[in-house]
Ligand binder design. Structure first.
Ligand code: G3H
Ligand code: ZN
Length: 286
């Protein structure tokens, strides 16, 4: 079933495990993620960036696509439909469209404005039981046009955001969207510890693709309950599709049929999902 995020992520925090938040881009991506979650019997968060929602035809279509796909696949695990890195307008639109959870990302606003708008989104969302993620500091790199300087989260600002009643908090701790550069120095665990000590909320690690497994495991043990993954699935999809084409399989029989052409990439997303959930330690649903 579709569920709100609050209880799932609170349970993950208390149990020191993590739930994956995977970005979707289309029907194949959605099916691939749901298939992996159902096969592992784990909860999952499916999210759309503003760019992906625009590409797919809007928030209502995204929400309905996930809902209808779950029904057609007989999905029984808990699924949270979430807006990833939304601005103020996007958060309101996703709430109206029936998303279960929204991220209001105000990192590019002056902090007081980020705080004020987060508060407003919390009010709108919580009136409908919808969970809210906010962002403190910023995530380096770029994701779908959202650019961050990689500023470390300020603990006092994090406390103020937590006091708005948000359900989980994304923090800049040296994490980066997209591929990590060769000279990346790793996550800032000291800052993560300070945040975890100061705030009584599940914390979110963005830029999950490419962080070494030991660092992710350590971060989870310190209070990270939601791990965002996008690039890893894109790389896996692209690689499997390229291999299919380079092997000339699109030329054999009716291998150019999109249902065949997209199949290896789609399976690669499911495989990537299962691999990541495996080492992330997501608990199966009872
Ligand atoms: O918001 C989405 C994530 O932070 C994904 O980051 O593409 O580096 O995995 P990633
Ligand atoms: Zn992110």
């Amino acid at each position: 079933p579709l569920v709100h995020g609050t209880e799932l992520f609170e349970a993950a925090r208390k149990g020191h495990y993590c739930i994956g938040a995977f970005n979707t881009n289309n029907l194949e991506w959605t099916r691939a993620i749901l298939k992996g979650a159902q096969e592992l019997n784990v909860p999952v968060l499916i999210q759309t960036s503003m760019g992906a929602a625009k590409y797919m035809g809007g928030y209502e279509l995204c929400q309905q696509l996930v809902q209808a796909t779950m029904k057609s696949m007989n999905i029984t695990v808990p699924v949270v439909m979430h807006l990833d890195h939304g601005n103020y307008e996007a958060a309101k639109a996703a709430i109206a469209a029936g998303y279960n959870s929204v991220m209001f990302d105000g990192h590019d606003l002056p902090f007081e404005e980020n705080l004020e708008k987060t508060q407003e989104i919390v009010k709108l969302a919580h009136a409908k039981g919808i969970s809210v993620e906010a962002e403190v500091g910023s995530i380096g790199g770029e994701e779908d046009g959202v650019i961050g300087e990689g500023e470390l989260a300020d603990v006092e600002e994090a406390k103020k955001l937590a006091a708005t009643g948000i359900d989980f908090l994304a923090a800049g701790i040296g994490n980066i969207h997209g591929k990590y550069p060769a000279n990346w120095t790793g996550l800032h665990f000291d800052r993560l510890q300070e945040l975890a000590d100061a705030i009584d909320l599940p914390l979110v690690l963005h830029g999950g693709s490419g962080i070494p497994q030991e660092q992710v495991e350590k971060a989870i043990s310190m209070g990270i309950s939601k791990l965002n993954i996008n690039t890893e699935c894109q790389l896996a999809f692209a690689k499997a599709t390229r291999e299919y084409i380079e092997a000339g399989k699109d030329q054999e029989g009716k291998g150019y049929d999109p249902r065949k052409l997209l199949a290896p990439g789609t399976q690669a997303i499911t495989d990537t999902f299962k691999e990541i959930c495996g080492w992330m330690g997501t608990r199966p649903v009872k």
